[in-house]
Design a protein around this ligand. Structure first.
Ligand code: PEP
Ligand code: MN
Length: 264
């Protein structure tokens, strides 16, 4: 279902009237995690005024250590929904557990994110495949392109074809940055599938100063959009502080992307 053979035209995923895929570049901006109503209200206002039309924020966080902040959970979804609604921003948030799917639907989450660690959680993929919600499927830390395509096929097989691929960096021998942003996956996926492809330069680089250049490379390579972490006050972010852009850096990035899109 996800292969280019089964559908020749590029698919455009409709997120509450906002197209992902096609000619427009969509940037999904927001903090790594939902912290407080004040933080989310500020972030929503900043994301919106930077010209960004979709917002991200994690309420359930897949942390490496069980002793670090695990996310605000259900309360976080409520905080996020309220803040984003003030600026009419659809929300993107990660689902880690099938048992939370109904809660996500109750909060009318607009895009369900499947994180890198769950790319091959087949039961989770099957369940989101039974909904009609757009899904961002992140590439597994060490997943090949064909494993990634097959994971998407699990979602599509259930009837949900609203899938967006998201490259977020893969594991290699290199230790100078968090992960290696595999920009090569863009032309390969564009050939193999009709579905949109976005890139998350934040989790790829792991440092805020790397994000603008990785983001521009992604767009220049033909990605349909970006997933970018920003925070009203990066030094105080509860999670992934090193890679969060400040509101000004985020606004500057949005401006510099417009230049690339026009050139193309
Ligand atoms: C995230 O986007 O917040 C996240 C945890 O990403 P990944 O699954 O790519 O690590
Ligand atoms: Mn993060």
């Amino acid at each position: 279902i996800v292969s280019r053979e089964s559908h020749k035209q590029d698919s455009i995923i409709d997120v509450r009237g906002i197209p992902v895929g096609g000619n427009q570049i969509q940037v999904i901006g927001g903090p790594c995690s939902v912290e407080t109503p004040e933080q989310m209200n500020l972030a929503a206002q900043q994301v919106s005024s930077a010209g960004c039309r979709l917002m991200r924020g994690g309420a359930f966080k897949p942390r490496t250590s069980p002793y670090t902040f695990q996310g605000k959970g259900r309360d976080g979804l409520g905080i996020f929904r309220k803040a984003a609604d003030k600026y009419n921003l659809p929300i993107v948030t990660e689902l880690m557990d099938v048992r939370m799917l109904d809660t996500f639907l109750e909060h009318d989450v607009d895009v369900i994110q499947i994180g890198t660690r769950n790319m091959q959680n087949f039961d989770l993929l099957k369940e989101v495949g039974r909904t009609n919600k757009p899904v961002i499927l992140k590439r597994g830390l060490s997943a090949t392109i064909s494993e990634w395509l097959m994971a998407a096929e699990y979602i599509a097989a259930g009837g949900n074809h609203n899938i967006i691929f998201c490259e977020r960096g893969i594991r290699t021998f290199e230790t100078a940055y968090r992960n290696v942003m595999d920009v090569t996956c863009v032309p390969v996926l564009k050939r193999e599938t009709h579905l949109p492809v976005i890139i998350d330069p934040s989790h790829a680089g792991g440092k805020s100063w790397m994000v603008p250049s990785l983001a521009r490379a992604a767009i220049a390579a033909g990605a349909d959009g970006l997933l970018v972490e920003m925070h009203p006050n990066p030094c105080e972010a509860w999670c992934d502080a090193d890679q969060a852009l400040s509101p000004q850096e985020f606004t500057d990035l949005m401006c510099s992307l417009k230049g690339i899109a026009q050139v193309i």
